[in-house]
Design a protein around this ligand. Structure first.
Ligand code: AHR
Length: 517
């Protein structure tokens, strides 16, 4: 349909919808604070897997790399994405990794088989390369120790290598390798997915807790200021609640976070069902928050424990069989489409709504491997999922609000009913702005919505960021990575009784920035 006619039709439909009254309502009250949108919610993850490190972040001798071998185009895109914290070296890879293989002169480092993904690691990218990369791009490092095949002592020595300021054996090795000043790595993970039978060195909850407790003690003897993340359950088909309960009970006085991981996929080819996966994310967070509170019950001054959602994404195409998963044969090179971009709204909205307890989230992963950017030898392209991540990231430091939301509902297969509109709201008190993040997961309905504000006068100028496409399967490629990029505009809202009306188009993700005085 030619553009003008389509616009006219949309206006008529919108007018008809409003003549019947708005179907949805969002009520904003800046006094109803949930918690800070922590900058670490915009974290990422880089694993020794496929082309994430080698050929992604790091490509020695490439004309696109700098003198250290870091790909400059990837660094630029990472900075523009707004990454705040980077988790490394895995993932499953971490559970077989010996960090000592990755230090010292590169030509003398051993090549080792990686039994998590079936590859060979040259070890040319190791601890110093990772930590200096983080410094170069201005992100906080997060190292995950080997709680699979590794030992408590190796974990302790790793902290000594990175953080010890005095002259000790491992600190002096660091100096010998060209780095005098300690790196002061603050965030450490006590292993990855140790509850999963696929994990190298898989353990039961009791055995894992004993290991993690000793590792925490040993690592804190080197540096008492570090923050620790327990390996929470990611095996939701098993007794994941039992795992988290035991781990929290045993480790509650040592850990600062417990991790959660979630991957989703549109396996049935059903758009609305796919975008209902947010129900699981809410559920995992709320159950884990309850388990944290239960573990702390009766403790007078409990150590605060938060959730680190340190792996999340869409991942189902490049993982077609169990054997491919085990060997990494697919290299996890997902090409993302428009509906995958919309799923960002669902995840971030859930993290924001639970901002009291979710204080870190790491998209898995950074480049090539289930990632927002994709390289070849000549350059890179941005996948559709890149854009909402960068935009949501602008809300870091805001206060998430508990908004009242009512929306028409639908009944996804095998689930309880849920609203078509998935909403989160944040407040930037200093800037006098309120952000309204709305995913309309209806395939067919535009949703006329009344937006009301309680505290402060709403101003008519509204900035609109919107992602929309009729082609849910639209993807990007080299030289063509703006097909499903967002559009921005401003509108002058007709403010009545400190509110206005807005229609959220079907299958769209919208961020409205409102000014409040
Ligand atoms: O991100 C890919 C893999 O997914 C990670 O290595 C593992 O932790 C998870 O199962």
């Amino acid at each position: 349909m030619p553009g003008m006619k389509r616009l006219l039709l949309l206006m008529i439909l919108g007018a008809v919808a409003f003549a019947q009254g708005p179907q949805a309502r969002i009520k904003i009250d800046t006094d109803r604070k949930v918690g800070e949108v922590h900058p670490y919610l915009f974290g990422n993850f880089a694993e020794h897997l496929g082309r994430c490190i080698y050929g992604g972040i790091y490509e020695e001798k490439s004309p696109l790399a700098d003198a250290q071998g870091y790909r400059k185009d990837v660094m630029e895109a990472t900075k523009a994405l707004g990454v705040s914290i980077l988790r490394w070296p895995g993932g499953n890879f971490a559970s077989g990794y010996n960090w000592k293989d990755g230090i010292g002169p590169k030509d003398q480092r051993p090549a080792r088989p990686d039994h998590a993904w079936g590859d060979i690691d040259s070890n040319r990218f190791g601890t110093d390369e990772f930590l200096q990369y983080c410094e170069r791009i201005g992100v906080a490092p997060y190292i995950c120790i080997n709680a699979g095949y590794g030992t408590v002592n190796e974990a302790r020595e790793w902290v000594e290598y990175t953080n010890e300021g005095r002259s000790t054996y491992w600190a002096d090795q660091r100096r010998k390798n060209g780095r005098d000043k300690p790196y002061n790595v603050k965030i450490w993970g006590l292993g990855n997915e140790i509850d999963g039978p696929w994990q190298l060195g898989h353990k039961n909850a009791e055995d894992y807790s004993k290991f993690a407790l000793e590792a925490a003690k040993a690592m804190r003897r080197v540096d008492s200021s570090i923050q620790l993340i327990a390996s929470g359950s990611s095996n939701f088909g098993a007794d994941w609640i039992g795992w988290n309960r035991t781990v929290l009970q045993q480790l509650k006085s040592e850990i600062d976070y417990i991790s959660l991981h979630t991957y989703i996929g549109n396996r049935e080819g059903n758009f609305e069902n796919f975008l209902a996966n947010g129900q699981n994310v809410d559920h995992y967070i709320e159950i884990t928050e309850g388990l944290i509170r239960a573990a702390q019950s009766g403790v007078r001054n409990p150590r605060p424990i938060y959730i680190a959602y340190d792996e999340w994404n869409v991942w189902y195409r490049a993982r077609s069989s169990a054997s491919e998963f085990a060997t990494g044969a697919t290299r996890l090179e997902e090409i993302y489409n428009y509906e995958d971009a919309l799923a960002r709204g669902m995840f971030f909205n859930s993290f924001f709504r639970h901002a009291t307890i979710v204080k870190m989230a790491n998209l898995a992963q950074l480049v090539n491997v289930i990632a927002p950017m994709f390289t070849n030898k000549q350059g890179l392209f941005l996948q559709p999922i890149y854009f909402p991540i960068a935009e949501y990231g602008k809300q870091r430091g805001n206060t998430a609000l508990d908004a009242l939301v009512s929306s028409p509902t639908y009944q996804p297969a095998g689930r309880k009913p849920l609203g078509y509109l998935d909403v989160s709201v944040t407040h930037d008190a200093k800037g006098g702005a309120v952000y309204v993040n709305v995913l309309n997961r209806s395939e067919k309905q535009d949703i006329a919505t009344r937006i009301d504000n309680v505290e402060g006068a709403l101003q008519p100028a509204v900035s609109v960021w919107e992602m929309n496409s009729n082609d849910f399967k639209a993807t990007h490629t080299f030289g063509d990575d703006r097909r499903v990029a967002p559009k921005t505009s401003t509108l002058t809202a007709r403010i009545e009784k400190n509110g206005f009306s807005y229609t959220f188009p079907k299958h769209s993700l919208t961020i409205l920035k409102l000014k409040v005085q």
